[in-house]
Design a protein around this ligand. Structure first.
Ligand code: PGA
Length: 253
């Protein structure tokens, strides 16, 4: 199992913008980055309504991803968006199991199926989100929670040999709160996540694994996570909505 070759910066826009504002933000980032040589992989995750419009104008090096995926392939599943559609829209990444989805939309039960759907039916890279709540952290359960989340996510998938997977460590208590994990904790936890994947998938390891940090990353703290062993990128929510700040991180991580 290799580390991903490039570091990755991902902007998760969540449901913060309406369709028109998403396209405006997308255009600004596209125009700034187009034709440039960027050493990091840069990904934006607009909401589903904006994916189609942005996919028609997006230019390298920027790439597109989706915030979620249906667990089933196609069929009578009202309100869902299929993997087939996301492939046609040239999504390179799909977020799975974001803590907001686990908290409000019962995603916990579906994560294994979503991972299986993406990995077995496409070459799209899943970004699996894991992380502990404040209560779990306080009671010393961080590592056991992460282990359970990783075990569940990988429980239904077949061969991983040719696959690339991103795991985003996002402590729930750090998301949108202004609180970030200490760098020492982040390094230790990322190392542990890597060894958990090695343990859980021991005879079926993915070709490439990237472990990235998310949770209140901003312009003042992102560089703390730079050049840290096993921290291969950032998943950025609120700050990714501010073009200048997002690009500053993209250019300097
Ligand atoms: P935040 O969100 O950067 O606003 O904390 C991160 C995320 O939820 O992915």
């Amino acid at each position: 199992m290799k580390n991903i070759s490039k570091k990755i910066i991902i902007g998760n826009w969540k449901m913060n913008l309406n369709y028109k504002d998403s396209v405006i933000l997308g255009k600004k980032i596209i125009n700034n980055l187009k034709g440039r040589r960027i050493k990091n992989e840069v990904v934006i995750l607009p909401d589903f309504s904006a994916l189609s419009s942005i996919s028609q104008i997006i230019k390298k090096p920027l790439v597109l991803g989706a915030q979620d995926i249906a667990k089933n392939k196609l069929g009578a599943y009202t309100g869902e968006v299929s993997l087939e559609s996301l492939k046609q829209l040239n999504c390179s990444y799909i977020l799975i199991g974001h803590s907001e989805r686990r908290q409000y939309f019962f995603d916990d039960e579906m994560i294994a199926d979503k991972m299986k759907n993406v990995l077995e039916n496409s070459n799209i890279t899943p970004i699996l989100c894991i992380g502990e709540t404040l209560g779990q952290k306080r009671s010393g359960k961080t590592l056991s929670v992460l282990e359970k989340q990783i075990k569940t996510a990988f429980s239904k998938i077949g061969k991983l040999a040719n696959k690339k997977i991103i795991i985003a460590y996002e402590p729930v208590w750090a998301i949108g709160t202004g609180r970030v994990v200490t760098v020492a904790d982040a390094i230790a936890i990322h190392k542990k996540i890597k060894s958990l994947v090695e343990k859980i998938c021991h005879n079926n390891l993915p070709k490439e694994l990237g472990i990235i940090y998310g949770g209140s990353v901003n312009i003042n703290n992102f560089s703390n996570f730079k050049n840290c062993p096993d921290i291969s990128g950032l998943l950025i929510g609120g700050t990714s909505l501010r073009v200048g700040d997002f690009l500053n991180i993209v250019n300097n991580f």
